[in-house]
Design a protein around this ligand. Structure first.
Ligand code: ADP
Ligand code: MG
Length: 338
């Protein structure tokens, strides 16, 4: 009979990486979310070979002290929550403390950082999960995370990667989802040295226009409703602007992009009378609500959430969009009575 033993940390991290870091785009998401949680107002992304060769994210956020650098790469180490109460009220994008540890376990990772109040930057390198000593480095206030050769040490996983073009497309989609929700942040995306996106600080309408197109925004209906502690804002496409696929549907809960069945269903219902059943609406919608009413800790990459009162959410979304659509269709077909 085989005896039970504890797995070594490095292997534990690699197992977690299987859930958290499915592909380069998932590593990019973890890194971008960290930059936003650090309060960055400018974020630069460099990718090479679809993110497989290189993902580098540089920000001007709060930075990490030299002493904390090894902890940032340690599993279950986070500055974002400290208690169950914090978890139930969580307002940051990250909180599980496993993003960087997971990425570091399947790549060659360099973390360089300088807190705003520090005169010097420091750096730590992790190769195959092993941490090298912290060393002085050169860096402006903020943080850079550089991930090279994703899955170099886990060939079985590496085989699951698709072509560079496909992996790049996933990275770009991830970048766009995050950039759309943070128009107050300046973003730059380069792939193989070429600038793909340069997004200045903008208001939401400008950011939506940049990412979803001027055609969309010029016909879009602005949404701004609230009920109790919930608010819904953003833009939904007019019924004349629809797509054959669902990939231009952006729905966020408290700033986090999610795929949610309740929301998709409510939106589909709201459009039912104005859109042919094989067409899909385009939207960028931001639901903000009491964090205690939504559990974001149900999926390793947090793409799914669970609402405490999903029925109420469904009604709120349906009525908000239904009303917005009714106002425009009524307005365009007959003059508004005086
Ligand atoms: P989490 O985001 O869940 O806390 P991570 O493994 O992604 O876990 O990051 C661990 C910690 O490292 C964070 O809690 C944060 O303190 C620090 N950190 C990571 N990236 C950055 C960054 N870009 N700027 C400042 N701090 C960072
Ligand atoms: Mg994180």
């Amino acid at each position: 009979m085989k005896r039970i033993h504890k797995l070594p940390d490095h292997l534990v991290n690699q197992i977690a990486a299987g859930e958290v870091v499915e592909r380069p785009a998932s590593a990019l998401k973890e890194m971008l979310e960290n930059s936003l949680d650090a309060g960055a107002s400018k974020i630069t992304v460099d990718l090479a070979q679809g993110g497989i060769k290189l993902i580098r994210v540089t920000d001007n956020g709060s930075g990490i002290t030299a002493d904390d650098l090894p902890l940032a790469l340690d599993r279950h180490a986070t500055s974002k929550i400290a208690s169950l109460d914090d978890l139930e009220q969580v307002g940051t994008l990250g909180f599980r403390g496993e993003g960087l540890a997971s990425v570091a376990s399947v790549s060659r990772l360099t973390l360089t950082s300088r807190p705003a109040d520090s005169a010097h930057a420091h750096q730590i390198i992790a190769i195959d999960g092993a941490l090298h000593p912290v060393e002085p480095a050169a860096h402006a206030p903020g943080t850079s995370v550089e991930v090279v050769d994703l899955y170099f040490n886990t060939p079985a996983r590496r085989k699951f990667l698709k072509s560079e073009n496909t992996e790049y497309a996933h990275c770009e989609a991830t970048f766009e989802r995050i950039a759309l929700a943070h128009p107050q942040v300046e973003f730059l995306l380069r792939h193989n040295g070429k600038v793909i996106w340069r997004l200045p600080v903008q208001d939401l309408a400008e950011r939506v226009a940049a990412l979803l197109g001027k055609d969309f925004i010029s016909e879009a209906i602005a949404v701004e409703t609230s009920a109790g502690s919930m608010t819904l804002s953003g833009f939904v496409g007019s019924p004349t602007y629809s797509k054959a696929s669902r990939d231009a549907q952006y729905f966020y809960v408290n700033g986090r992009f999610v795929r949610d069945k309740t929301a998709q269903h409510a939106l589909r219902q709201a459009y039912r009378d104005v859109l042919h059943h094989d067409r899909h609406p385009v939207y960028a919608l931001f639901l903000s609500m009491d964090p205690a009413g939504v559990d974001v800790n149900v999926h390793p990459t947090k793409i799914e959430v669970r609402f405490r009162e999903s029925q109420a959410i469904h009604q709120f979304l349906f009525h908000s969009i239904n009303k917005a659509l009714a106002a425009t269709t009524a307005g365009s077909s007959s003059p508004v009575p005086a």
